[in-house]
Design a protein around this ligand. Structure first.
Ligand code: ADP
Ligand code: MG
Length: 699
């Protein structure tokens, strides 16, 4: 069957249907988990291994581990407890253990006749009668011809509907046979592999499907075996390359070059009322260099809450307007969009630059009016929520897209916006701003398609927020503290959090808290802000709080981004243990915006885990977003730090950003070499690892 034609095909080109026993039904099941080719099957790696290579004496069993044991049945009884079960006592020279079956039939019961010799495989659990095996696999060991023990560790593949472990094992064994006669492309060129001390792909694959009995099980369980690391490396490389390729694609079409107007810039800076920090100036400079080039800008600005990113964005919009180009600024929430609209109007309209406004909640007539201004080009700057990128929004000359608080948007969303912004001959420049500091290693992989600027300095005159960690048991004291601050003319936030991502439940909790606090704190004026309110209601409440007409604002985490009220100097966060550190840091950034000393009270629920305590202590000890992000990464892992929205789209088969962070420097170097010296390989690596899943690659 191995014809010459087959022999030259690489395994990424051989469909699984060429394996024995794979018909349309099975092929369909495999496709559902992304397996089309034999290469895909080979990359479907075990998540763990079981050791069936040796028999363990019963006396040496430990709880919660897999074992092969052999012994003879001493007794078997049907026990009527909470549930009826068949209990078999098995004994060898070293001890006795229990096998327990909740589902059994008569024939089974008979096989467990006293004296029968059994070989059993399963996992130990602590049960009522000491260590027990629940529903273990077993076979008779009576005869001389008991099956041989396994020669290699037994792979356990990711559980999949309708595909049993034995089927998957049988398929991967067949695939390994193919590997002996066909080529699995080695995609990392040898000179690079040598330099990185990485083994050959095929060796890694062979080993990982059938590790020898001598393999280090613990290392394998931790994903730290050199062969696992070899694959993790290539997978990270694939993700990195996919972003670099997207970047290249985004830059294949030119952007308009902006010519800054020195006169406008001077006018803008003069009316600001403050001077830019050195960090703001540096980042503005980096942006203006990008904007003067026909290569579309793809730049991420990271700056801690309050570092003044908005004014940097406004400077970029100014450059666009000076060149007759439009700017779209997208914010993640209505409240933030509203605030940007106010700032941009205040800063830009006196310079003759008109600002339009588009959110999902505009009335029909107003929406039509704003759309007309956008389409005619009369509006030079358009501020809005994601409504900005709906199909019926047509820009006259969109030259710059600014996305604020990017952490609220996922990678896919970022990429799709990039496509929507394209307008035929030109691609707009892109500026992405985030207050979520991302540890350098993570930024390197999650934002490989972007250049990075950091505003690492706060405007002068800010007093750092003092953070205290207090138990809910002292809630009454905390309420008194709020009263005191408000009586002194200060304002405060009280933030309610919930575990569920349900706006309704969160709103209800905030409502109840607001009612309770209004009662306790009368005659202080208490306002309520949550995601279920109408846009104009939110606006009214924010405006009232800003104007000092409310003393205390009870809110859900919707106030996380944007809200800027310098007179607010106290924030209480209920159940802070439920939130990520980055989010807590964002929330806390709402205070400490004025000159008064500010405080943040983290009001946690008892009991708090050791890890929970450690995390809240990080908040108490640091006001630096980057330090907090690094700590969060250590304590919680990459998935949590980047946020589910982003990692949901960064699904790895074998790599783990946290565990494998040490690989990223090599990944980055390797990617650059491949892009310049081996361009034809890049797409193959991406196809191997991301392939069908990366729908956003198919523009
Ligand atoms: P963020 O980076 O969190 O988006 P903002 O752009 O909202 O921060 O700025 C926070 C506050 O600091 C705003 O009130 C803004 O006007 C003010 N601000 C920005 N830059 C400076 C500066 N260089 N000097 C003084 N105040 C500034
Ligand atoms: Mg901001």
């Amino acid at each position: 069957m191995s014809t010459g034609f087959h022999a030259i095909r690489t395994l990424d080109k051989v469909p699984v249907s060429e394996l024995k026993g794979v018909g349309a039904v099975l092929a369909g099941k495999l496709q559902r988990i992304g397996i089309y080719s034999i290469q895909d099957l080979l990359l479907h790696l075990p998540t763990r291994y079981m050791d069936r290579t040796r028999i363990t004496p019963i006396g040496g069993l430990q709880p919660n581990a897999h074992y092969v044991i052999e012994g003879s049945v001493r007794a078997s009884d049907i026990v009527i407890g909470k549930r009826r079960s068949l209990v078999v006592r098995l004994q060898d020279d070293t001890g006795t253990t229990t096998l327990r079956f909740y589902h059994f039939n008569k024939a089974q019961k008979e096989r467990f006749a006293p004296g029968a010799r059994l070989r059993v495989f399963g996992e130990t659990r602590r049960g009522s009668a000491g260590l027990e095996f629940y529903h273990p696999e077993y076979e008779s060991a009576d005869t001389r011809n008991t099956a041989e023990l396994e020669a290699s560790l037994t792979p356990v593949y990711p559980a999949t509907d309708g595909l049993s472990q034995s089927r998957l094992r049988q398929l991967s064994s067949q695939a390994l046979q193919w590997l002996n006669h066909h080529t699995l492309q080695e995609l990392i060129p040898e000179p690079l592999r040598d330099r990185l001390q990485q083994s050959a792909m095929a060796d890694a694959i062979r080993f990982l499907h059938h590790p020898p009995a001598s393999a280090n099980l613990q290392q394998l369980a931790d994903g730290e075996h050199p062969f696992q690391q070899r694959l993790a490396f290539e997978e990270l490389l694939a993700h990195h390359l996919s972003l670099l390729l997207l970047r290249r694609e985004a830059q294949a079409i030119a952007a308009p070059r902006f010519n800054e107007s020195a006169a406008l810039v001077n006018q803008f800076l003069q009316q600001l009322g403050f001077s830019l920090t050195a960090a703001q100036q540096r980042v503005c400079q980096e942006i203006s260099q990008d904007l003067a080039s026909p290569l579309p800008m793809l730049r991420l600005v990271q700056g801690d809450v309050g570092s003044g990113k908005t004014v940097v964005a406004a400077m970029a919009a100014l450059a666009a307007a000076a060149s007759g180009q439009q700017t779209a600024i997208m914010a993640p929430t209505e409240i933030l969009a509203e605030q940007h609209r106010n700032n941009f109007s205040r800063w830009l309209e006196p310079l003759g630059i008109s600002v339009a406004w588009l959110t999902g909640k505009l009335k029909v007539a107003e929406r039509r009016q704003q759309l007309a201004a956008i389409t005619s080009g009369e509006a030079a700057v358009v501020v809005g929520t994601h409504a900005l990128f709906q199909a019926d929004v047509e820009f006259a000359r969109l030259g710059l897209v600014i996305i604020d608080e990017q952490h609220r948007f996922g990678v896919n969303q970022r990429l799709s916006l990039r496509q929507k912004g394209a307008n035929g001959d030109y691609n707009p420049h892109q500026l992405i701003m985030t207050a979520t500091p991302i540890p350098r290693t993570l930024a390197m992989s999650a934002y490989a398609d972007l250049d990075c600027s950091i505003i690492d300095e706060l405007p002068p005159g800010r007093t750092p927020v003092t953070t205290v960690v207090i138990s809910q048991l002292r809630r009454a004291d905390v309420i008194e503290r709020v009263r005191l601050a408000c009586n002194q003319g200060r304002q405060a936030y009280w933030v309610c959090t919930l575990i569920e991502e349900s706006e309704t439940l969160e709103a209800q909790a905030a409502e109840a808290t607001a009612e309770m606090l209004a009662g306790l704190l009368a005659p202080l004026r208490v306002g309520l802000l949550h995601g279920r309110l109408k846009a104009d209601e939110k606006e009214q409440i924010m405006a009232a709080f800003k104007a000092g007409e409310l003393d205390l604002l009870v809110a859900t985490t919707v106030i996380e981004v944007g809200v800027d009220v310098p007179n607010a100097s106290l924030m209480i966060i209920e159940n802070p243990e439920r939130l990520g550190l980055a989010q807590l840091h964002q929330l806390r950034g709402r205070v400490g915006r004025g000159t008064a000393a500010s405080h943040c009270v983290l009001l946690y629920s008892d009991p708090l885990s050791a890890q929970g305590k450690a995390r809240l202590n990080v908040m108490r000890e640091s006001n630096d977003g980057f330090v907090i992000a690094e700590q969060d990464l250590q304590l919680r892992g990459a998935g949590e730090v980047l946020g589910t929205r982003q990692t949901g789209e960064m699904q790895f088969r074998i790599a783990n950003l946290q565990r494998d962070a040490h690989l990223l420097t090599g990944v980055k170097q390797c990617a650059l070499v491949l892009m310049s010296e081996y361009p034809e390989i890049c797409a193959a690596i991406v196809a191997r690892w991301i392939g069908q899943n990366q729908h956003y690659l198919q523009v």
